[in-house]
Design a protein around this ligand. Structure first.
Ligand code: PMP
Length: 400
């Protein structure tokens, strides 16, 4: 018998950058009965259009099995690409790539844009999953300070001057902060990125989850407007995960043909193509519009957000502040300086409630006094009880 291989020594160097965060480990501890979780960014499963999907997939398998079960092109299901292109200004179907979740687009973008040590600009905080996707390509992050209206222009310009490969931006109901970048800041970002010739990756996963009438133009469309059409500097990502179902793993990237073409080549090596049946199923679900589904989601999440905001006001001790998101799934909480969200997390676990501590969303390691609460996945009664528990944990932590 040979001896057991020491696997760590066999892994590629980049594998050292592929780690699960301490937070994930902490969250594993939270899988106990009776726990109220505000940690996962999960859509409400009762809103999945399961019955309509059951019928549509039965129909597809009856009528189009040869296509639905066969290999297909890397670019994606043509009818769905057309549907996507028709919804984006100045975009042709050949500028759209269907991907296996926008998470895959983030990985592929890392693969084609990031060399070891390449500067990459990210908001602070930013989507933790993007950092996990980019990390193995070994970028050097340039963090851009934000306030409630998004990236602060002076901080943005200082970073753009350092020539990042791209700016990764989440202007609409950002994960984790729920923030909505103002129109003025959006314009400024598009102008500055143009001035310094820096591409923008716009991750617009929460675009449809707005709970007021205010729908702001995407960076992608502002960039188009600014140049009067044609290909621009913005690579746009969105997904059907938050509007239909994340388990389908269907999302898309759109943008300049040269980038889409390179992404297609990268995707060929990753998974050949996104599941044919799933793409066709998404098309069946969206081809007559998603309005009914979206209005159900908006109604349910608006109510849950309002319940959580009310409960926070009622139960959290003075000194803790949070924002009032106009959409999305998250509320961003700031603890007093010096109070540590991981320490609060441990107290919260004892009270049987969870959230995500904010530090891992910060590429520069800051944010120890921040945390993310997700309101999409719990019934109002549980939200009230969960925030009551969080209030108790916070009082203990502050020794009130
Ligand atoms: N981007 C953002 C901002 C997200 O919040 C998520 C999901 N949590 C993703 C991308 C990944 O989504 P998916 O891969 O399901 O499309």
């Amino acid at each position: 018998m040979g001896s057991q291989i020491s696997w760590e020594s066999r892994f590629a160097r980049r594998a050292a950058r592929i780690t699960s965060s301490t937070i994930r480990e902490l969250l594993k501890m939270a899988q106990q009965p009776g726990m109220i979780t505000f940690s996962g960014g999960l859509p409400a499963p009762e809103l999945f259009p399961a019955e309509a999907m059951a019928q549509a997939s039965a129909r597809l398998l009856r009528e189009k099995a040869n296509q639905a079960l066969q290999y297909s092109t890397t670019e994606g299901y043509p009818a769905l690409r057309e549907w996507v292109a028709a919804r984006l200004p100045g975009t042709q179907p050949d500028q759209v790539l269907m991907v296996s979740g926008s998470q895959q687009a983030l990985d592929l973008l890392g693969k084609i844009f990031i060399d070891v040590g390449s500067p990459v600009a990210v908001e602070s905080p930013t989507y933790m999953g993007a950092l996990s996707a980019f990390n193995p390509y070994e970028p050097e992050y340039l963090s851009i300070a934000m306030d409630e209206e998004g990236m602060i222009p002076e901080a943005l310009e200082a970073v753009l001057q350092r020539g990042p490969r791209f700016v990764y931006a989440l202007p609409t109901f950002q994960n984790p902060s729920g923030r909505l970048m103002s129109l003025e800041r959006r314009r400024k970002l598009v102008e500055l990125a143009d001035k310094y010739s820096v591409p923008i990756v716009e991750d617009d996963a929460y675009a449809e989850l707005y709970y007021s009438d205010q729908k702001l133009p995407t960076l992608y469309s502002l960039d188009q407007q600014m140049r009067g059409g044609g290909e621009g500097n913005v690579i746009y990502l969105s997904t059907f995960s938050k509007t239909l179902a994340p388990g389908l793993r269907v999302a898309y990237a759109a943008g300049p043909r040269a980038v889409i073409h390179k992404l297609v080549q990268a995707k060929q090596g990753a998974d050949l193509h996104t599941g044919s049946l799933n793409q066709m199923l998404v098309y069946e679900m969206v081809k007559y519009g998603l309005e009914e589904q979206l209005s159900k989601i908006r109604q349910t999440y608006t109510a849950r957000r309002d319940v959580m905001l009310e409960a926070l006001a009622q139960h959290l001790p003075k000194g803790i502040v949070w924002n009032q998101p106009k959409g999305g799934m998250f509320i961003w909480v700031q603890l007093p300086q010096g109070m540590d969200a991981v320490s609060l997390f441990k107290k919260a676990l004892e009270q049987k409630v969870t959230f995500v501590p904010g530090q891992p969303f910060h590429a520069d390691g800051s944010g120890h006094n921040t945390l993310r609460l997700s309101f999409s996945n719990a019934e109002p009664e549980l939200i009230r009880e969960g925030i009551r528990r969080l209030g108790r944990a916070a009082e203990e932590e502050m020794e009130l």
